[in-house]
Design a protein around this ligand. Structure first.
Ligand code: CA
Length: 229
């Protein structure tokens, strides 16, 4: 389960150590030392998860968490707060701002990785390796295979990610811009038309077993994965 993780930490040694451990575990790490730098990175590409140090120069980690939660585009990004403080009240404040979890320094790399995995499993099911099945359409992230009623379907890597996201977020309308953020990780440098191209390819790959009807166009809004006609 490789995730794009934004690490916001102002102490160089700690930032280095955490980034090293995350990279070793297969994650891609973007780093920022201030709230301002973090917001620029988030604006360019939505990370899968944010590791947020509580105490930063200028705006604090709590401020960043509040800003992320207040914005429609970023309000569902999983956040884990890192803090040197272990008081119960701080923990409550951290979780009230919208953080998904809270970890007190010093922590072991193993503990951090376990927390990241747990939060991703809970908040971003498309990031996990669990197989998903809907009406005979089965996608397995481990073997990277898709099958319709047991028949193997041939999907390109982008169509695979797109289908995985749809299957783990069914019955909801996703705008093109949201899909670019969630599936491409980039809504700035990729054109929205790109989404339509890959939706077409995905539908045609699913046609063989009739599962293309699960990918619905919602006029003027975007796309939806739904079992309801
Ligand atoms: Ca700090």
């Amino acid at each position: 389960m490789a995730a794009n993780i934004l690490l916001v930490e102002d102490e160089p040694a700690i930032q280095e150590l955490i980034a090293f451990n995350l990279t070793q575990a297969g994650h891609h790490v973007l780093r920022a030392s201030t709230a301002e730098a973090a917001m620029v990175l988030v604006k360019n590409a939505l990370p899968d998860l944010v590791l947020l140090d509580w105490m930063l120069p200028g705006a604090s980690g709590v401020d960043i968490a509040k800003r992320l939660r207040a914005d429609e585009r970023t309000k569902h990004v999983p956040i884990i707060m890192l803090t040197a403080r272990s008081e119960e009240q701080d923990k409550i404040t951290g979780l009230e701002t919208g953080a998904d979890d809270y970890i007190t320094k010093p922590f072991s790399p193993r503990e951090l990785l376990a927390r990241i995995k747990a939060v991703l499993r809970r908040r971003a099911p498309q990031m996990t390796d669990d197989a998903v099945e809907v009406q005979g359409l089965r996608l397995d992230p481990v073997t990277h295979r898709v099958a319709g009623h047991g028949q193997t379907l041939d999907l390109g890597p982008t169509e695979f990610r797109l289908l995985h996201f749809f299957m783990t977020h069914p019955e909801r309308v996703h705008s093109r811009s949201q899909l670019l953020d969630q599936v491409w990780g980039d809504h700035v440098f990729v054109e929205e038309r790109t989404v339509d191209v890959h939706i077409r390819r995905l539908r045609s790959a699913l046609e063989a077993t009739g599962h293309d009807s699960l990918i619905q166009t919602v006029r003027g809004t975007g796309y939806r994965f739904s079992v309801q006609p």
